[in-house]
Design a protein around this ligand. Sequence first.
Ligand SMILES: [Zn+2]
Length: 381
Amino acid sequence: MVRRDFLGRMGLAAAGTFLLGGIKRQAAQAKDIDKDFPAIKKIDLHTHISSDATYLREVMDRLNLKMVTICNEGLKPDRLAAQIKIAREIHQKAPRYYAWCTTFDLNGFGLAGWTDRVLAGLQDDFNRGALGVKVWKEIGMQLKDDHGNFIQVDDPRFHPVFEFIEKENKTLFMHIGDPPSYWQSYGPDGRPDAWYREGRGVWNRIGEFKGEVSWETLMKARDQVLERFPGLRVIGCHLGSMAHDVSMLAKRLDHYDSFAVETSYTMRELAGQPPEKVREFFLKYQDRIMYGSDISGGLVGTPFLVDMAKIRERWTAEEVEQLKTDLIDQYHREFDYFSTDREQNFGDFSLPCLNLPDQVLEKIFYRNAVRCLPGVDHNFP
Ligand SMILES: [Zn+2]
């Protein structure tokens, strides 16, 4: 049962509609997220899962959700190997709950044998169910050549990898760069402090990067890949690092047919734009936008899988219950943002919700993912 049906049955649908900015909106309505949210089948396109924990399955059962766990960190072989091993295992064990995407080792980039080794690894991962491959911002902001220059994602040495992904009919996830605001505020040592600060999400783990490469350079390199591989399906993480200006992103979506985006960690940037402009963007590109949370979940290495220092030997029942509650809260809050018209509070900022129609929610939360990441719906009844 979708939201309006539910509200209709509760006799609330007569609350009516009104026009704002030329777009028909539903007036504020009471809703029961425990009923409305599970009514829509959902894929969370962007997660990092460290173990098949019971609490995760309980959350997914309760919310009618399946997760795509994504490997990254091609510069850290141990962590990369651990991530791939875990993702393979949980997908094989519980394909109802976990789809997965892999990545590849960046060590030895450009040296003899690197390409063959990478392609063999990807082939192996595809054979074990990987639906896509992620390139992370370490390409562009961390990986360097022998002369100390940052290597960009449009480097021709990546071409055989992208060709292979396309040939295998897999999808490329691109998280290149960060929001441009990260280049604009500096800490005491002259380093942009966005890559330091705790509490601004997970985007601060990027080596010693001090903003040496401009945001524009990173975006141009990403665009060059889209330009060169028009047949390759690409999903831009975090609204393609352009969430601060949806019209800038719209230009890319107009220009590159195979480009789509996911929404994780973008509310802060979206909050800086006129709400009606953001809503119009989501309506216009409703076939190209997918929901992602970028959560880290599981009972190994949480809260961040990538921070192995945080591996916990033991969790108390209360702690696990808290993880579960927090996760459900996050999903509810984000679904609220897309589906209601109230003001949503995200801690130190707030923004008006998008109040998207049910058929758009179904695309963003499910149908677009099925199209852009073929196979993601398998085993998800
Ligand atoms: Zn992520």
